[in-house]
Design a protein around this ligand. Structure first.
Ligand code: ADP
Ligand code: MG
Length: 578
């Protein structure tokens, strides 16, 4: 698959590289230059914004940084044009990463806030360039800068340069898309919190995507600087670039690496078919109308719609062959203690969800955890997986202190969970949902193995025939088993099952209980949170009871359920029968 796509891209580019031999009128070479230019800008924008969903209005700023880097180096410092291009890419990428390092730290800055933030940055950058010696107001002339002689006229040279950049950008976009980085970004798009809990280093991934995106935009900017040969802040830092790249990407489809390129070709041709005077207005109006039509009738964009249609007609990707994983390594500590929480406190604006909870899980055991609704069970799971940091207390897993580590580390160390209400990645297939924990979990498998093992886990939970479906096409029972498959694909040493049985029919419950036992027998310890008392008593080696965030009992299950304070707190609350 890889070699096929890369092969077609490269051979397509080689063919196009022969075009200047035809000695076409400059108009056509210039039009093609502009198409490639917009392909680079829109496809690079999509690597961050389309894949991860962080819509950025700042692409014009990064592009502009590239433009001005080349303009200053060539126009003021007499650099050669080609030598300035890698610097333009580097400066734009570094600028993006520095910015991202600040912006991505603020967890609230998602969605609209992130978009507004990047918009503001564009204005700040243009003000700085305008009011400092970088530009200072009059703009920078590049008419004396030598256009490198590649083949034929300068317009052929620009055509070839832009062709190479477009090829490079498409290759990068494809490789990101089809690899681990891409899957991580798509997971961030669908549910960033779950992605982090499953081991995706979300902060770093967003930074990398932003860096790549900015670097490519900077390259396009560097070439454009010489192409226009006179740059001004007003011409470069307006809303044209951010708006057009968004338009092109949405039109072509943001969920595919090639979508924005298709949109770029379409819109650029439309705009430049109507160049003269009044006709330019017609071109813009047509672009506007086509966008409205696409949003109304083709929300997936051209490429997305085409893929969805092929899928309806039965063209689905080939499934990998199931590869059974190796048994889980029993490197359990000598005293058999896999996990220990000591004195955990967690407070939510005055609600004391956990108050001094001590909890030990021994390797190979099933620890039942019960308690009335709101007693803090799910909060405990969130603390163990690193999603919430405890206000006080310690967390030890396989001799490692979890508290100071970033959230995604828990998954990488081998802690996996299921969600009480399933939280699959909606826009990833069932198979991709299970591939992800294989890549990012305790085994950090390479892609082919992760796919093979994911297929194994889908067979294990009985979802193999749904591998190419999307989670929305599954019923609740299937979604619960998808949660289980995702947890298992991590190759976890500790599995936290948060009410996996809730909402299942008695037969499904039987099936689930058998499955939980097999998971334990494979070598994972299990924290089993459940309201169904029969299942708890059947499965648990030990039972703990939480009430108002405090442990009120801990011991052999049948003894614990006979304790008077447990009966009054929990069984008395009427939950025993449910
Ligand atoms: P359980 O899973 O045992 O039903 P939870 O752990 O979900 O209980 O909740 C424990 C308490 O903490 C409840 O009072 C709940 O309202 C509160 N709580 C849990 N998560 C949050 C949150 N993110 N923000 C505010 N309060 C929360
Ligand atoms: Mg809960």
């Amino acid at each position: 698959m890889h070699s096929k796509v890369i092969g077609s891209l490269v051979s397509g580019a080689l063919l196009l590289a022969l075009l200047p031999l035809l000695q076409l009128p400059t108009f056509y070479e210039t039009l093609l230059y502009l198409i490639f230019h917009w392909i680079v800008l829109s496809v690079s924008w999509n690597i961050l914004s389309g894949y991860s969903g962080y819509f950025s209005f700042g692409h014009g700023a990064f592009y502009g940084v590239g433009v001005y880097t080349t303009a200053v180096l060539c126009g003021h410092a007499d650099w050669s044009f080609l030598a300035s291009l890698p610097v333009a890419a580097l400066v734009a990428a570094l600028f993006g990463v520095a910015l991202g390092a600040v912006v991505f730290r603020v967890k609230r800055l998602r969605g609209e806030l992130f978009a507004l933030m990047t918009l503001a940055i564009t204005f700040v950058v243009s003000m700085v360039i305008l009011n400092t010696p970088i530009d200072g107001g009059p703009g920078i002339y590049l008419s004396n800068v030598q256009v490198p002689h590649v083949y034929g006229s300068p317009s052929s040279t620009f055509y070839l340069l832009a062709l190479v950049l477009a090829l490079l950008t498409l290759l990068v976009a494809y490789l990101v898309y089809s690899g681990q980085l891409g899957l991580g970004l798509f997971a961030i798009h669908d549910d960033e919190d779950v992605a982090e809990v499953q081991g995706v280093p979300t902060y770093r991934y967003k930074l990398i995507a932003l860096g790549i995106s900015c670097g490519l935009a900077g390259l396009a900017g560097g070439v454009q600087a010489l192409f226009v040969s006179y740059v001004t802040v007003g011409e470069i830092f307006n809303m044209v670039v951010p708006l057009y790249v968004m338009l092109m990407s949405v039109l072509g489809g943001v969920r595919h690496w090639a979508g924005p390129a298709v949109g770029a070709i379409f819109i650029t041709i439309l705009l430049y078919s109507f160049t003269s005077g009044d006709m330019a207005v017609v071109g813009r109006a047509l672009v506007g109308f086509s966008l409205i039509a696409v949003i109304l009738f083709m929300p997936l964009g051209i490429v997305g719609q085409w893929l969805a249609r092929r899928r309806r007609l039965g063209a689905v990707p080939a499934l990998p062959k199931a590869v059974p994983p190796q048994a889980i390594a029993h490197s359990a500590p000598a005293h058999g203690e896999l996990f220990r929480a000591v004195g955990i406190d967690k407070n939510f604006n005055g609600v004391q969800a956990l108050a001094g909870v001590d909890l030990v899980v021994r390797s190979g055991e099933i620890l039942g955890l019960v308690g009335p609704n709101g007693s803090g069970k799910s909060t405990m799971v969130n603390v163990i997986t690193g999603f919430y940091k405890p206000d006080r207390g310690q967390l030890w897993f396989a001799e490692q202190d979890l508290v100071p580590q970033p959230s995604y580390r828990a998954a990488q160390l081998g802690i996996a969970r299921t969600y009480q209400i399933p939280r699959p990645y909606q826009n990833l297939t069932v198979l991709q949902n299970v591939v992800l924990p294989g890549l990012f979990g305790a085994q950090s498998l390479p892609m082919p193995q992760a796919r093979g093992q994911a297929m194994h886990w889908l067979e294990f939970v009985g979802l193999a025939d749904r591998a190419n479906s999307y989670p929305t096409e599954l019923n609740l029972h299937q979604r619960k088993f998808l949660e289980l498959a995702r947890a298992l694909a991590n190759a976890p040493r500790l599995v936290l099952l948060d009410e996996v049985l809730a909402g299942l029919t008695p037969t499904e419950i039987e099936h689930a209980i058998r499955t939980v036992r097999i998971i334990r027998d494979r070598g994972s310890a299990i924290l089993f949170i459940e309201h169904n008392m029969r299942a708890v008593l059947e499965l648990s080696d030990r039972l703990m009871v939480l009430n108002h965030g405090k442990v009120i009992a801990n011991g052999p299950p049948r003894e614990v359920v006979r304790q008077p304070d447990v009966i009054s707190a929990y069984l008395g609350a009427g939950a025993a029968s449910s």
